[in-house]
Design a protein. Structure first.
Lengths: 108, 108
């Protein structure tokens, strides 16, 4: 099997879980899709629309965020923000992240 | 949706990618399944056999580790260890992990 492909797949798996945490962390204040993508990219976490929007829909379906259209110039935008459930879950997820990174750093 | 179930799923997703890294990190020296599970559990990373063995088979199929049976007392054991490809990939994966944890820590 191609070695770079293997690395690529592993990196994707590594990032997949952390992505939820990254996205939720930025939705503590209101964001629209593009602003969210840009903030993440500026921090070195590239996420394409085909990954981001399904994730946002999933979080909304799970009752963790609210979204609404707003008439912005030049076009309407859908804004997303965590609700109280989402904020509570984010805070638990942060604790788990800290535990996990400590564990992995110990193992490495 | 049940909130604890949602948290549980997110935590599993968070751990899934890191698990490959954790397992590979421990296979720099030779281990058998149970010793590997125990080392991970002692570091706070519980992994069941139904997750570990498929992962080991996957790593072997990808040409990243070698394994062989040895006649131990009281029973034969299969020992696993990274080969050179696996070590090279582990070192790249570690770099990616460092980048990812820096990114997430900045975002949080």
């Amino acid at each position: 099997m191609d070695e770079n492909q293997t690395l690529e797949n592993f990196v994707l798996e590594l990032r997949r879980g952390a992505l939820i945490l990254a996205v939720m962390s930025q939705l503590q204040s209101e964001q629209y899709g593009y602003s969210l993508m840009k903030t993440l990219a500026d921090n070195g976490l590239e996420i394409d629309q085909g990954t981001l929007y399904p994730l946002l829909r999933r979080l909304e379906a799970q009752g963790l965020l609210v979204s609404s259209w707003r008439i912005d110039d030049p076009r309407p935008r859908r804004y997303y923000t965590l609700n109280d459930n989402g904020k509570r879950l984010l805070s638990k997820l942060k604790e788990e992240w800290k535990k996990l990174t400590n564990t992995i750093d110990n193992l490495l």
